[in-house]
Design a protein around this ligand. Sequence first.
Ligand SMILES: C[S@@+](CC[C@H](N)C(=O)[O-])C[C@H]1O[C@@H](n2cnc3c(N)ncnc32)[C@H](O)[C@@H]1O
Length: 180
Amino acid sequence: MNDRPELAVLRLGHRPGRDNRMTTHVGLTARALGADRVIIAGDASEPKATIEDITARFGGPFGVELTDDHRRVLREWPGVVVHLTMYGLPVQELEGELRAEGRTAPVLVVVGAGKVPFDVYERADYNVAVTNQPHSEVAGLAVFLDRFFGGSELDREWRNATRRVVPKATGKELEPIDRE
Ligand SMILES: C[S@@+](CC[C@H](N)C(=O)[O-])C[C@H]1O[C@@H](n2cnc3c(N)ncnc32)[C@H](O)[C@@H]1O
């Protein structure tokens, strides 16, 4: 059994330009809340560069990959595929089962942008809803990751950062980190 589940996020349907900000936020949210990497389907070189820049400054490890064949990623995924969709079963009913799955197999969490092709619903081992109301892939991903990791992702330690935030009740402080 793994101590820490292996989890990647697959971002589908990225539209260059129009979705740059949302795709970047999918990646940053995945990184901040416990995922190991994000795989972005489509031409997302700008979001990739931004996520890599944040990782270089604030730490990792976290990977960013682009793919032009998301069906292959889904077909060849060696573990469990979780598709986040408002049409799925409630996350609060599935979270225990999904945590158990994550102890023995890598988890791929799929989020869309526009309309998600129906074969993704069929390929998914779990279609999971964070409420059955329409909202956002960033919000859905954040709630899912927190449920999946049970809050432990909030205490993650970061490696190879060049700076860190000093938590403060008021004001902003960043301190440099010496790497020797
Ligand atoms: C703006 S929505 C577009 C959904 C699109 N109308 C469809 O039919 O697939 C973009 C993404 O946000 C996520 N999402 C939106 N609402 C959700 C919910 N209630 N639960 C889980 N994920 C959700 C899904 O991953 C979805 O693909």
